[in-house]
Design a protein around this ligand. Structure first.
Ligand code: VGL
Ligand code: ZN
Length: 198
């Protein structure tokens, strides 16, 4: 069976010095570049928010980053502004190999809905199109790496299982934000849902 590597959000703003920096985020770039040659297909995802995005604390009166608010679709963490469309922080890390990328999935571009998962926005309803893309190409065996382990990697991998794919996460090529022990919670949830953690 062919193997597909899905590289989640390895972007400037998620690396040290960025606006929503994940500790050690830049350490995974070289390992991910090296592993690309072991895969038949490589897909990248890119967090891609308009300036008025509803996940940004600054767009909520009195909103503080890293606190929860209720959206129409449920609880949502408020974040510092990050990965703003067209800004340098939204670019891929400058060392990330782009030559093997067959597809780049952008997510979170609707002002009213955040999107952690590469498959569905946070309303659990609005698809990104990735499931259809993978099915049509018969890419069924998925390996996830990237940032952040406990948000976009976790949500993407769990949705991938729900969509019927074989799913693995290479944990050494991820880094976590770890908000209120969200790393351990994500690990338990992923395992419980049938994600293989490598
Ligand atoms: C992410 C928080 C907000 C991620 C994206 O890539 O994990 N986390 N937007
Ligand atoms: Zn985001």
């Amino acid at each position: 069976m062919s193997k597909t590597l899905i590289v989640v959000d390895v972007q400037v703003d998620f690396c040290p010095g960025g606006r929503l920096a994940v500790a050690g985020g830049d350490e995974i770039v070289a390992p991910i570049n090296a592993m690309m040659d072991d895969y038949d297909h490589v897909i990248l995802t890119q967090d891609w928010h308009p300036q008025n995005h509803s996940s940004f604390a600054v767009n909520h009166p009195g909103g503080e980053p890293f606190t929860l608010v209720n959206m129409d679709y449920g609880p949502q963490v408020l974040w510092p502004e990050h990965c703003v469309i067209g800004s340098p922080g939204a670019e891929f890390h400058s060392d990330l190999r782009l030559d093997r990328a067959e597809c780049v999935i952008r997510k979170g571009f609707r002002p009213a809905i955040d999107s952690y998962s590469a498959f569905f926005e946070n309303d659990y309803k609005t698809p990104t199109g990735l499931a259809g893309y993978l099915r049509e190409r018969e890419l069924n065996d998925l390996y996830f790496v990237g940032l952040a382990f406990d948000f976009c990697v976790s949500w993407s991998s769990v949705d991938a299982v729900r969509q019927g794919f074989r799913v693995h996460v290479i944990e050494s090529a991820t880094r976590a934000i770890d908000l209120n022990e969200s790393r351990d919670a994500a690990r338990r949830h992923m395992r419980g849902m049938g994600v293989e953690l490598l």
